[in-house]
Design a protein. Structure first.
Length: 139
């Protein structure tokens, strides 16, 4: 399982293969696995974020973040509900995204309660767990 090494609540298939016309498993798998995990770690709290805000946390390229958000919707990567909405004026075409997991949904509800109570929000930084880093370095 891709994600079950560090998250028992959100298991994903380790043997799920990335794909694409230029995809080379030997060259690309480690890089793409790192990207999807960083995006997942950043988004799993259920907060709404733009691609640029995810980039600021993960350091990954904007196009890669968009691709990984799409991948998280696929069955082989967990069939997550990744929702989007316009931020600000429609004419500006700025979208923000939210990843809904059971934990993220609960945290999002808690966050909404905090906002309604006037408490400040804290957005955690994304990290790649040590166990995953070891696994990726062995491939």
């Amino acid at each position: 399982m891709l994600f079950d090494k560090f998250s028992q609540n959100d298991p994903k298939p380790l043997d799920a293969k990335f794909d694409g016309s230029d995809y080379d498993d030997k060259v690309d798998r480690r890089r793409l696995a790192g990207q999807i995990l960083r995006v997942y770690e950043c988004m799993k709290d259920g907060q709404w974020r733009t691609v640029n805000e995810v980039h600021q946390v993960t350091g990954d390229p904007h196009a890669s973040i968009s691709a990984q958000l799409r991948n998280l919707r696929k069955p082989k990567f967990g069939s997550y509900n990744v929702v989007k909405r316009i931020r600000g004026e429609r004419k500006d075409s700025l979208y923000e995204y939210q990843l809904l997991t059971q934990k993220g949904t609960l945290e999002c509800q808690q966050h909404q309660s905090q906002l309604q109570a006037g408490q400040p929000k804290n957005t955690p930084k994304a990290t790649v767990p040590k166990q995953l880093k070891r696994q990726l370095s062995q491939e």
